[in-house]
Each structure stands twice: as C-alpha cells, then as structure tokens.
Design a protein around this ligand. Structure first.
Ligand SMILES: [Zn+2]
Length: 202
C-alpha cells in the first residue's frame, strides 16, 4: 500500500507509460497559496495535460495532503481550484458569527461577490442583535445601532457607513456587487468584529 502523499499513477496510453518509465521525467514543483493549509507552498506537480485551446491543466499536491488544480497559460495562472481563503473569522468571535463569516469568506474566494456581501450584511445584523438590538429591524437600523451604540468613535462610523450601500437592492432589482465592494464588506465586518470581540479579549 502507498504511504501518505505517495502518488500512484494510472497511465492509460503507451505514451503516458513511456513518459513515466523511459523519458526520465524529473520531479517538478509549483508555488502557490494552498486553500487546505493556508500557507504558501512549494508543491509537487503530480500531473499536467495540454488542453485543446493550448492552455494547461496542472494537478498539484501540497505537503498538507490537499490537492489543488490549476489552468495556466503562457501569461500565468488562469484559475485555481479550490481558491485560497483571503479572509477568516477571529477566534474570539461568538461561534455563530464566526461560522457565518467563514461562509462569506468561502463564497468570496469562489468569486460569488454578491452572495458574499449578502452574507456579510447578515453577519452585521446578527452582531447587532448579539449586542442587544431587537430582532426584525432593517439592515440600516442595525448599521445605525452598531455605529451609535457599539462602536461609537467617529472614525468607526465613517468606515461602517461604507457598507450601507453595498448590495442594498430593492426586491425588484438585483444590485450585483463588484469584487472591490465585496472586499470592502468582508474587510469592514472583520475589523468591526475584531474590535468588538477580539480587542477586549487581548
Ligand atoms: Zn496545504
């Protein structure tokens, strides 16, 4: 039986068998941010294949054991799956808020920026309720509660106000959120929760 991280190959054609046995292929490595362990890794390229459009598929294996697939061209990496997480919840945050924020982070890394921003709005509303505001109010009421009763210094209000308009759509039209605005949402909510929950625990 193969040991952990020892690769077993399944050559299907004569040329593939020849590549493995006769052509003396050497190990190759590829540097990237691994979604599995969160570190910058110099991982083994386990296999590669040319695609019909002359780009390449790369299959890589990190030391942590998690695989990652790339599509690359002469100009560099075109896609990475799974994408590395850019944001993560703080360890001192209430459990449900942390879990919900991590869902927003996964959604953001998958490129679903509108969905990520909607989850961020939900995190802010749940945070306001956690801090004592009543249930069933509007998103803007909860923003006012946070900047009026929880994080009351003026510079916090300026920052938190940026989140008001992001993904703020009417029922009959969908306000798609750009990558830049989604980044602002994730960042502001993270700073907000860090100040409310992580700073007092430091
Ligand atoms: Zn890894």
């Amino acid at each position: 039986m193969a040991r952990a991280n020892e690769v077993e190959f399944y050559p299907a054609t004569f040329e593939e068998r020849q590549g493995v046995h006769d052509r003396g292929l050497k190990p190759e490595y590829f540097k990237y941010a691994c979604a599995g362990c969160g570190s910058i890794t110099q991982a083994r390229i386990v296999a590669s294949a040319r695609r019909p459009d002359a780009t390449r598929n790369l299959w890589c294996l990190c030391n942590c054991g998690e695989p990652t697939c790339f599509v690359s061209s002469d100009r560099g990496v075109l896609s990475q799956s799974p994408s590395p997480l850019v944001f993560a919840a703080g360890k001192d945050w209430p459990e449900d808020l942390a879990k919900l924020y991590d869902e927003a982070a996964v959604t953001y890394s998958a490129g679903a920026y509108t969905a990520a921003s909607m989850v961020c709005r939900k995190v802010l509303m749940a945070c306001a309720c956690e801090e004592g505001e009543a249930d069933g109010k509007s998103f803007l009421d909860y923003v006012d509660f946070i900047s009026g009763k929880v994080l009351t210094f003026p510079k916090a209000k300026t920052a938190i106000d940026k989140i008001r308009g992001i993904g703020n759509d009417a029922n009959h039209e969908i306000a798609f959120v750009s990558r830049g605005d989604a980044t602002t949402s994730l960042r502001i909510v993270k700073y907000m929760l860090d100040t409310i929950y992580s700073l007092p625990a430091a």
